[in-house]
Ligand binder design. Structure first.
Ligand code: HEC
Length: 275
């Protein structure tokens, strides 16, 4: 081997090692997809959901039923989207696309849990408050102290007096009365920092304990966002909810999922596969 050949070999090895580091994440072709629909929830915070005169599901929720149990049908959601787009529940204006599917995949190894979301981000939003980011993708994990954490997804953190709700305090963020949500967020702006935060008495976009990392790509109108967080432990079943801000949406103008469970090598709505 001459010098040039040697350096080529060395360069090749370095490249392979580098590639391995960057893509230590799973082989997604071997991981099943669970379709989860996100929807524009208008102004239906936990206070609305828990008020009998507004919502027929109130009694069922008290008995322990889940949002998904009543509202997911044949892979989609059975909401009356006209009602959710109407002035009563959406005074500012609703997005053109009220609901769309997100393919959710999960895998884990000894140290990490990987969650991959694939979705087509719709345009036609009604709020374009985030100039920098076309898309933001958030995953929230309630702990067991969050009220109805196994039933309500992100709703325990969503209140009628939070920022961007009608007549609410402009500085008040998401909060929860008891317990904590951990959250991670990917933003589409070039070089944007991945948020590793929490929601307790207020929302913090940093200082979280998930060890969150994320990578996102866009191909055509399809986004693929892969999160890495600490493995919560094999055999655990953890509740989670998703939020996607598309078309430069800010604050409450997101599409959200109901509450689902993720099983780490265990049964759940989404089953994380060992790799
Ligand atoms: C026991 C069944 C049940 C449960 C549990 C339930 N809902 Fe409902 N929900 C209903 C029914 C029935 C309606 C339709 C009419 C109404 O509200 O009177 C409805 C309506 C809604 C609407 C308004 C749109 C529409 O189709 O009218 C939203 C938003 C909603 N539910 C969200 C939730 C969320 C979020 C949860 C969990 C925190 C939840 N629901 C739990 C039964 C349920």
């Amino acid at each position: 081997m001459n010098r040039k050949q040697i350096s080529m070999v060395l360069f090749g090895t370095a490249l392979a090692a580098g590639t391995q580091l960057a893509y230590a994440a799973p082989d997604w072709t071997k991981v099943p997809k669970r379709e989860v629909s996100v929807f524009h929830p208008g102004t239906t915070p936990i206070e609305w959901v828990g008020k009998k005169s507004d919502h027929s599901g109130t009694a069922g929720l008290k008995k322990g039923e889940t949002c998904v149990g009543c509202h997911e049908e044949k892979g989609g959601l059975n909401f009356n989207f006209k009602r959710l787009a109407d002035k009563e529940l959406e005074p500012k204006g609703a997005p053109k696309t009220m609901t769309y599917p997100v393919a959710v995949q999960a895998a884990y190894d000894a140290s990490n849990l990987y969650i991959r979301l694939t979705f087509k981000s719709p345009s036609g939003g009604a709020d374009k408050g985030d100039k920098d980011n076309e898309v933001k993708t958030t995953v929230m994990f309630p702990d067991a102290k969050v009220p109805q954490s196994a039933q309500v997804g992100c709703w325990a953190a969503c209140h009628n007096d939070a920022r961007s709700m009608p007549n609410a305090d402009d500085k008040k963020t998401k909060y929860v009365k008891e317990g904590t949500y951990e959250l991670m967020q990917w933003k589409s702006a070039k070089g944007a920092k991945v948020a590793d935060g929490s929601v307790s008495t207020d929302r913090k976009m940093e200082g979280g304990t998930l060890g969150a990392k994320a990578e996102g790509t866009k191909s055509g109108d399809t986004y693929t966002v892969t999160f890495t967080r600490k493995n919560p432990g094999e055999g655990k079943v953890i509740p989670f909810g998703l939020a996607i801000h598309s078309d430069h949406a800010s604050a409450r103008f997101h599409h959200v999922s109901l509450g689902y469970t993720l099983g780490v090598g265990a049964d759940g709505d989404v089953k994380a596969v060992k790799q």
